[in-house]
Write a protein that binds this ligand. Structure first.
Ligand code: ZN
Length: 315
């Protein structure tokens, strides 16, 4: 970790530790092509239940079912998610039409999960939401059904295979030469929430070009020293966040676009603390890349300070 001498921003400590990128599951994709393997694995599997948009949980995270407990449950699909270190198989049982549910069903963001469970939940939710949105073939319009352990859907008529979609989005921590960060605010967010700039990568665009375009569109600034800092899945419903840090060349030009971004704020470390204390600033949620980047920057000058504490807000 380097200490800033005042001539430029302090270096971030990399790689970033990102909460949804902690998977400890071996996807063991070679089993997907064998119906025999999948049937054998199913009867000894630990099975997570995704019901509507929620997971079955217990006080220790996900609650796994055995195949016995699902014997009479016809209304659902099975997706093979992989193996843990000891070779135990994991599946998701997906009930697209909400079954009766009680309070032990929780949203991914509400459940407190260890690394293995995060891997199961992020993979499972990404797959389940994709399956639900793709009942028909994009080529001919006929029905599609899951195959290869739920990793593919196949058209019942033209036999085209459809693969799960992941939508890449860049997210960027913007700093000036004084090591202040620039955050923006969207109208739809909770009051006082500010966050880093982000946007979907467009067709035919590189990640770096998307960073340059997004910050030009939303904050009217030019950036240099674009540096990759990490990535994590964001299955709400299908994003992959690719994170960068960059230096703003023309901080004097920063202004919100007035459409997607309605306000911006320059913040140094003290003003972040003051904003949180006076409740005039809310940070993005702890699961987000944005929060991880802000915390990494906050710690990067190496000085002792209180932890950043901002209430959970989601959107
Ligand atoms: Zn088709």
């Amino acid at each position: 970790m380097s200490i800033s001498d005042g001539s430029g921003p302090a270096a971030l400590s990399l790689p970033l530790s990102l909460p949804l990128a902690r998977s400890a599951v071996d996807r063991a994709a070679h089993h997907r092509t064998s119906q025999g393997d999948l049937a054998e694995l199913w009867v000894k599997a630990k099975i997570a239940h995704f019901n509507g948009e929620k997971f079955l949980t217990s006080s220790t995270g996900l609650r796994f079912l055995s195949h016995d407990e699902l014997l009479n449950q016809e209304n659902g699909e099975r997706y093979f998610l992989g193996l843990d270190k000891s070779g135990t198989p994991y599946f998701l049982f997906h009930s697209p039409d909400l079954l009766d549910q009680d309070e032990s069903y929780k949203l991914l963001r509400e459940a407190n999960l260890d690394d293995l469970q995060i891997g199961i939940a992020v993979h499972g939710q990404s797959l389940a939401l994709w399956h639900k949105r793709h009942p028909r073939c994009a080529s001919c319009g006929a029905e599609t059904t899951p195959t290869l352990g739920g990793s593919v859907r196949k058209c019942s008529s033209c036999e085209v295979e459809h693969y799960p979609r992941t939508d890449p989005a860049i997210i960027v921590l913007l700093r000036d030469s004084q090591d202040r960060i620039l955050l923006g605010r969207q109208q739809v967010w909770p009051e006082h929430r500010f966050s880093t700039f982000a946007g979907f990568v467009e067709p035919g665009e590189s990640f770096e070009a998307a960073v340059i375009r997004e910050v030009a569109e939303e904050a009217h600034v030019k950036v240099r020293n674009i540096e990759y800092v990490g990535s994590q899945p964001w299955p709400f419903p299908a994003s992959l966040m690719i994170a960068f840090a960059a230096i703003i060349e023309d901080p004097e030009n920063a202004k919100p676009d007035g459409e997607e971004i309605v306000d911006i704020k320059w913040l140094d470390r003290d003003s972040i603390l003051e904003g949180l204390k006076s409740e005039t600033l809310l940070l993005p949620p702890p699961l987000s890349v944005a929060r991880a980047m802000i915390e990494a920057w906050y710690a990067a000058d190496g000085r002792e300070r209180p932890r950043l504490d901002s209430p959970e807000t989601w959107r």
